[in-house]
Design a protein around this ligand. Structure first.
Ligand code: MAN
Length: 349
């Protein structure tokens, strides 16, 4: 494999210890999968901050959003040897047949003058509020459409995993738009301009039984109402993207087509990144797709961590030929890498 990704020397650029917990009784366990954008001469990241109570020996405890409880959060707690508890992996478990996440995520801004050194805000920017967000908000994409930023993120609750949206013009006042795509769906990235008079997005429903975790496009007159859904890319069994795929940040407009960086997981839950080149006039038409990943877990911080063997991106900024991509490594730390757009395009020929 050619070395397409130039990882920052300073990786990881943000670790859990760099972010203040949202409450004194919580600890930040993981930083994941930031959205990225440029605003007022700065680079902003919208981090996913995953927290849980400081864990006691022999117990599992997780926070759940609950407006009726003190501080808006209730703690679910059970003994590790409780026969009703079934730990799936570091991220999820079931208790008495019900699904839970091991951590509760919120979204938090971090700012940088140079795109390399980031300082996270002291407080969460967006937290779960509604009954569709009781298990938190995750993996926000940030798209600039006109003069507003549109944040599309995963809303998690017992009702399922769907796509929520919020918009802002100034990163101070936020307008919630509710759930725009119902469960089970995530990895929604908006195109930053209209195509033939319509907005487009990439999204990722999860088929149970027939179907699977594939990438789709949808169209909308107003960014709220989505239709004309088309499945544009499926998994490739036995390959690096053989189990699950999903879109990353907003596709990048190039003369040859929309370039989308996507993630693919194999049957061992190893997450790598690849490319889709989509037709400029009809993004549901895939013109080219990476055979080999453009990046896979290789650095020590990508191989081991909260959930090892993961590079996952949903945020980048583009300046001329340079793509600065921000990504979550091992579901625990935030990293950066640059790519040459030309070099990426060359892999598709
Ligand atoms: C998967 C993983 C987790 C995430 C849940 C809910 O299990 O992507 O990181 O918390 O889905 O979205």
């Amino acid at each position: 494999m050619t070395n397409l990704a130039a990882r920052f020397d300073a990786n990881p650029i943000l670790r859990p210890a760099d972010v203040r917990p949202s409450r004194p009784d919580m600890q930040v366990d993981c930083l994941l999968n930031p959205g990225a954008f440029q605003f007022n001469g700065k680079i902003g990241l919208l981090l996913r901050v995953a927290e849980r109570p400081v864990q006691e020996e022999g117990w599992v405890s997780v926070p759940i959003i609950d407006p009726a409880s003190e501080g808006g959060i209730r703690i679910f707690r059970c003994r590790k040897d409780d026969p009703k508890l079934k730990l799936a992996d570091a991220r999820v478990f079931t208790y008495d047949g019900r699904d839970y996440l091991t951590t509760l995520s919120h979204l938090r801004l971090a700012w940088s003058a140079d795109g390399r050194k980031f300082i996270a805000d002291e407080k969460p920017t967006l937290t779960g509020q509604t009954d569709l967000q009781t298990f938190g908000l995750e993996d926000s994409r940030v798209a600039k459409v006109g003069d507003r930023f549109y944040l599309t993120y995963t809303e998690v609750s017992e009702a399922g995993v769907g796509v929520g949206m919020t918009s802002t013009a100034d990163w101070k006042r936020f307008e919630p738009h509710g759930m725009i795509i119902p469960p089970h769906n995530k990895d929604c990235a908006l195109f930053e301009e209209k195509i033939n008079g319509r907005h487009y997005c990439l999204h990722r429903p999860s088929g149970i039984g027939l179907g699977g975790n594939f990438i789709w496009t949808a169209e909308s007159p107003d960014l709220m109402h989505w239709g004309h859904h088309r499945c544009i890319a499926k998994i490739r069994r036995g390959q690096w993207d053989g189990e699950r795929i999903g879109g990353g940040a907003s596709p990048i407009k190039t003369p040859e087509g929309w370039l989308a960086i996507y993630h693919g997981a194999d049957e061992k839950h190893r997450y790598s990144l690849g490319l889709l080149l989509l037709d400029l006039n009809d993004p549901a038409k895939v013109l080219a797709r990476s055979v080999d990943p453009i990046m896979q877990p290789e650095a020590p911080y990508e191989l081991t961590g909260f959930f090892g063997n993961v590079v996952f991106t949903n945020g980048h900024v583009v300046n001329g030929d340079q793509i600065t991509m921000y990504y979550g490594a091992s579901d625990e730390v935030i990293c950066g890498a640059t790519f040459s757009l030309k070099a990426l395009m060359a892999t598709l020929r």
